[in-house]
Design a protein around this ligand. Structure first.
Ligand code: 8X3
Length: 249
């Protein structure tokens, strides 16, 4: 039997690409809020693996617990958890930020990651086996202008990853964090609330990372032998020097 991987935020971007990358070697639990997209992905994945679908909002603890509790016995022993769900909402100076945007980022990127980890980790500890891959960001390495609360949420993912590693290594569980730079996904469209023109500009004049680039690295990370843990990885676009410096032609 194949091991089981659970991917949050599987309905688009890095999460969806990761589900595709992992499908040959893992049975997949795909999670997300957008049911139609989950079903479409499950249909595609069904060609290469067994797939179980969990439709819930990761920012609501009760929904997270119910979803994990609802797993049939044969899906309960999760080997790999990909904590990918996360978004940016808005890009405003701290004195002008929309508090609802702040709450959404903290609720999804920080609290959601904690809720699902808390629900899954005791099983991994019992089985003395597991691998968690947290999707951080270059935004969790350095703050940038108007990034404030998004930066804070990704700095939190970095701190949680380091803390998880300290607490879980002795239980045979690996914790990896991957910190992507500019990846061309729906990320900027969500950040700019559907303003596609503004979103497109973010990726213009250079060759940005694609979701598949990150997904391939995640597949590599989880395929390392027991004596290797790629603990902390910053991945920038080839034309990118740091969070704010991009060489645009
Ligand atoms: C996404 C990368 O640079 O847009 O986490 O903040 S960035």
């Amino acid at each position: 039997m194949k091991p089981i991987a659970l991917v949050t935020g599987a309905t688009s971007g890095i999460g969806e690409a990761t589900a595709h990358e992992l499908a040959p070697k893992y049975n997949l639990i795909i999670c997300g809020r957008r049911k139609e997209r989950l079903e479409k992905l499950a249909n595609t994945l069904a060609k290469s693996t067994d797939c179980h679908l969990l439709n819930f909002d990761i920012s609501i603890q009760q929904q997270v617990d119910q979803a994990i509790d609802s797993l049939p016995e044969s899906w309960k022993n999760i080997d790999v958890l990909i904590n990918n769900a996360g978004n940016a909402h808005g890009l405003s100076a701290i004195h002008e930020g929309d508090i609802r945007d702040w709450e959404a980022m903290i609720d999804i990127n920080v609290k959601g990651l904690l809720y699902i980890s808390r629900a899954i980790l005791p099983g991994m500890v019992d089985r003395k086996k597991g691998h968690i891959v947290n999707i951080g960001s270059v935004a969790g390495v350095e703050a940038y202008k108007n990034g404030n609360v998004y930066n804070a949420s990704k700095f939190a993912v970095d701190a949680i990853s380091k803390g998880m590693r300290l607490d879980l290594t002795e239980h045979g569980i690996k914790v990896s964090e991957i910190k992507p730079g500019l990846v061309q996904t729906e990320f900027s469209e969500v950040r700019f609330k559907g303003d596609t023109e503004r979103a497109e500009k973010v990726y213009q004049g250079f060759d940005p990372l694609q979701a598949k680039d990150i997904a391939e690295i995640i597949a590599f990370i989880v395929s390392r032998p027991a004596n290797v843990n790629i603990a902390d990885l910053l991945v920038l676009a080839g034309d990118q020097s740091n969070a704010t410096t991009v060489y645009r032609k």
